[in-house]
Design a protein around this ligand. Structure first.
Ligand code: PEP
Ligand code: MN
Length: 256
């Protein structure tokens, strides 16, 4: 039995509903997020993603808006009732971020940042634990133990792809981790087809596969103008493409 992670009174990850989390890689501006908020509200999206602290490979790249980004997300949450997931990079920011977000995201690069894991483990909000890009299943499980040992069992795993010799995709989305991690833990697991493939054209097929294999949901990057995105535009859907994906996924869900 999958553990149901409570996000809100009537919203769980790991229950019957296949949850689609979406939003831009990075929060870039108030205007960008206002547009997303309006559109996602119409589409019935319940959980929005948006990076405020960005773990960029190159220190010259856009690093995110920091707490200003979290304030923009919070305004959206207050206006529409969305739940917010956002990545925290530094253990010193965990407490201050508490009031802005509903789910702490631990990114791939920080899956083995043990002081960060312990710090979110001391909070009473759910944690989205992404798989390290080089992590084995046991290393990923150990990372989840660093969170739970501090008292927080509200963990959602996220398969976001691993590094392999495959060079046609940014990472190799290893969907086999869904049944494997389900056999090892009772945590729900969602898939990230954006980082898992790095390619907009592969997001839909990867999403269908994640649903078919028994994932509890998806986290997808969506940007109003992906070609202008400050990060990860190549793996972001525009709003119309996202609408199309939701339609297909909802159709498949009703067939199940
Ligand atoms: C992200 O979600 O934008 C991100 C940086 O993901 P990952 O940690 O999986 O690379
Ligand atoms: Mn991204």
């Amino acid at each position: 039995m999958t553990r149901k992670i409570k996000i809100d009174d009537d919203l769980y990850i790991g229950a019957d509903e296949f949850i689609v989390i979406a939003g831009p890689c990075a929060v870039e501006s108030q205007d960008q997020m206002d547009l997303i908020g309006r559109e996602f509200h119409k589409l019935g999206v319940k959980i929005i993603r948006g990076g405020a602290f960005k773990p960029r490979t190159n220190p010259q790249s856009f690093q995110g808006l920091g707490f200003e980004g979290l304030r923009i997300l919070k305004a959206l949450k207050d206006a529409y009732g969305f739940k917010i997931v956002s990545e925290i990079l530094d253990p010193r920011d965990v407490e201050e971020a508490y009031d802005y977000i509903d789910i702490y995201q631990i990114g791939s690069r920080n899956m083995q940042n043990y002081s960060l894991l312990r710090e979110v483990g001391r909070q009473d909000k759910p944690v989205l634990l992404k798989r390290g890009m080089n992590a084995t299943y046991d290393e990923w499980l150990n990372a989840s133990d660093y969170i739970s040992i501090e008292g927080n069992n509200n963990i959602i795993l996220c398969e976001r792809g691993i590094r392999t010799f495959n060079d046609y995709t940014r990472n190799t989305l290893n969907l086999m981790s869904v049944p494997i991690m389900k056999s090892k833990t009772d945590y729900p697991i969602i898939a990230d087809p954006s980082h898992g493939t790095g390619r907009r054209d592969l997001i839909l097929p990867a999403s269908k596969a994640a649903l078919a294999i028994g994932a509890d949901g998806l986290i997808i990057e969506v940007h109003p103008e992906p070609e202008k995105a400050l990060s990860d535009g190549n793996q972001s859907l525009n709003i119309d493409e996202f609408k199309g994906l939701l339609k297909e996924i909802n159709g498949l869900k009703s067939e199940k």
